[in-house]
Design a protein around this ligand. Sequence first.
Ligand SMILES: Cc1ncc(COP(=O)(O)O)c(C=O)c1O
Length: 366
Amino acid sequence: MKIDAFKIEDWMNKYCPQAKYDLTSTCIEPLNINNLLEFNSAKDIFNQNLTYGDIQGSARLKSAIKSLYTNQELENITVTHGAIGANQLVFLSLLEKGDEVISILPAYQQHYSIPESLGAVVKKVFLREENNWLPDIEELEKVITKTTKLLIFTNPNNPTGAVIPDNMLEKIVEIAKMHNTWILSDEVYRGLNLYGNPYSKSIADIYDKGISTGSMSKTYSLPGLRVGWIAARGDLIKEIIRHREYNTISVSILDDYFAAVALENRAEIEKRNFKIMQEGINILKNGLESSPDIKCVLPQGGTTVLLKYNKDIPSKVLCEELLKKTGTAFLPGETFDMEGYLRAGYCVSKETLIKGLHHLTDFLQN
Ligand SMILES: Cc1ncc(COP(=O)(O)O)c(C=O)c1O
């Protein structure tokens, strides 16, 4: 199976190790093992035998995942190697050569490169800044057809930080229903809305053909656990498990255990993360206020923001030069099909964010 290079991963692998101030991260300052051991329920880990564990994820973990949804049962959930594993399993289970797919961009490259590699016909629909990076419903109505098998988007969005309001989500479901189209909503940033309810509605809870993927990496600050999941209706989960058996066996028993503990204590993690997000937004506002060279739509959620710069210089060149001169790494828009923009993670450490933004504004000015 041929597949395009994953441009973001290639960039980060090459340049992030050189960065002193790394603003490419999409995670909220990760937690450590001591943080997890401090939760009362984490004391029994040392007697755990290192077996494969429960092959499809422990009932304890699946119950904790179920609590993130309003309308799911244990049999509607399967545990995967991160959201990256979850998305891949959805594509492998649903798509065949010639299937029509709509992918809303900018997005994690998995959302179009894997379907393309499976032979699907991928229609790319770009979000636009003038719509505050929200989907254009009329455009979607024009692009979708009776043969569109799958619509894919990310909510909250990486890289723009846009959050689809629940009423717009309902409208998208209505359109998909009319065309009998599945929806995959990558909800790896769900729970990170800055305003109103932190949790948007999940597509799996509001649509019979809605598939939600999520993970411990962003909302729960535990990317090192490599635990993700899929929530969808039972017949699709059965099909997904058939594929999963060929590539997963189980997630590590330690990952499963700590993920369950973290989700059982998620209120504390969410409180910590919300504080980091709010501090990040304030630093972002202050850092960009006086810069005539950068514009952005402030994020409504998620962990990233798209910065539009006003210089006629390719984003990769800008990022390479900036890294060389200041040790600061941003993600160039070219790596996610958005030339002229940079992506910044605003939930990194305060020092990194403050210095990184300062270096960028200074560099553009001079
Ligand atoms: C939209 C999106 N989906 C999936 C992933 C992969 O996440 P995980 O670490 O859970 O595999 C990422 C990681 O950056 C992401 O941004």
